[in-house]
Design a protein around this ligand. Structure first.
Ligand code: NAD
Ligand code: UDP
Length: 337
């Protein structure tokens, strides 16, 4: 079976490419390098031991995407391609709506023209907004997003749902990721954020490597055990394997299904800093700073549905997440540059 990974040069896509190849799938990657580097593709091929086909195309470009489908014969798609920076999405909402939604619509049109019926979509826990309760189940209300990025995820979930209602042979799996961190255990591929990282883990590792002076801990007055924000951090390789499990499910079912991909365990910002220092023996200077606008106190998954239906659960520990992040960061202080 041949699977197209849109955005497969990116952080999650590159790790998922390796897991799909390990599981025996043929893959094709399409990416326009708007937030990734050719070096990531080179290293992913090297780690996988397979020279999978790569297309440097914008998924919004229907002609080029159609040519890819004609040349490759695609059986299923994992749609990672999208812009993902929350803050930037508030500055450039139209760019976010255009790229994320157009790419999905074009992809669906091309899939329809070629009779490709299976799609797995990279959604996010951000569709839950501020949850009423934690842990969050898939049945919790969605759409109360606090930024344009989150709304693109919510709208795309609706679009994919409508497409599956209209075509009873389609299989759509919506994966709501919690907080992906870590890197391949080789340290050869990992997260390479452009500019100053927004997310906690890359900020911690860039501080540890000396690229940033100190970490600002955003808020220490939340109603959490130590006052700092709590999230569900999941190792990117566990997350990648969740996609392989979801593809098995999509091959055997039609309709729309949604799964949280998280560990089910919440850790605070200070838990993460302490775990990183303990696992790596490298110091991470930090100071407390005001809350970041739009942040919520606690967000972690109820991960039982994926376990029961997909037979998948996260296996890697917090120590694995910290060790592998450091392996990548210390060997590649400037990312892929
Ligand atoms: P990433 O930016 O590393 O990867 C996305 C890739 O898509 C990049 O390589 C980028 O160049 C490519 N891309 C963007 N628009 C494109 C287009 N129009 N045509 C072709 N390629 C395009 O991000 P990631 O962290 O690997 O995230 C992958 C997906 O998962 C995204 O959809 C993201 O919104 C979603 N997600 C990520 C997180 C996270 O914390 N990393 C959490 C929840 C959901
Ligand atoms: N955070 C922080 N300092 C940073 C980046 C993040 O204290 O430099 C906190 C943030 O307030 C949140 C947690 O770390 O409580 C995770 O933030 P991230 O941006 O990684 O994920 P998200 O908020 O999108 O879940």
């Amino acid at each position: 079976m041949k699977v197209l990974l849109t955005g497969g040069a990116g952080y999650i896509g590159s790790h998922t490419a390796i897991e799909f190849i390990k599981a025996g799938y043929d893959i094709v990657v399409a990416d326009n390098f708007s937030n990734s580097k050719p070096e990531a593709v080179r290293r992913t091929r090297e780690l996988a031991g397979v020279d999978f086909p790569f297309y440097n195309i914008d998924v919004c470009d229907k002609e080029k995407l159609d040519a890819l489908f004609s040349a490759e014969g695609i059986d299923a798609v994992v749609h990672f391609a999208g812009l993902k920076a929350v803050g930037e999405s508030c500055q450039k909402p139209l760019e976010y709506y255009k790229n994320n939604i157009d790419s999905t619509l074009v992809l669906l049109e091309v899939m329809k023209a070629h009779g490709t019926k299976r799609i797995i979509f990279s959604s996010s826990a951000t569709v839950y907004g501020a949850p009423d309760t934690v842990p969050i189940k898939e049945t919790a209300p969605v759409g109360r997003c606090t930024n344009p990025y989150g709304r693109t995820k919510y709208f795309i979930e609706q679009i994919l749902g409508d497409a599956a209602v209209a075509d009873g042979d389609m299989s759509v799996v919506l994966l709501r990721y919690f907080n992906p961190v870590g890197a391949h255990e080789s340290g050869r591929i990992g997260e390479d954020p452009a500019g100053i990282p927004n997310n906690l883990m890359p900020f911690i590792s860039q501080t540890a490597v000396g690229k940033r002076k100190e970490l600002s801990v955003f808020g220490n007055d939340y109603p959490t055990p130590d006052g700092t924000g709590v999230r569900d951090y999941i190792h990117v390789v566990d997350l990648a394997r969740g996609h392989v499990a979801a593809m098995g499910y999509a091959a055997a079912h039609t309709g729309v299904e949604v799964f949280n991909l998280g560990t089910g365990v919440g850790y605070s910002v200070l838990d993460m800093v302490k775990a990183f220092i303990k696992s790596t023996d490298v110091n991470v200077p930090y100071k407390f700073a005001p809350r970041r606008s739009g942040d919520i106190a606690e967000c972690y998954a109820d991960a039982t549905k994926a376990k029961e239906i997909l037979g998948w659960q996260a296996e890697k520990t917090l120590e694995d997440m910290c060790r592998d992040t450091w392996k990548w960061q210390s060997a590649n202080p400037n990312g892929y540059n």
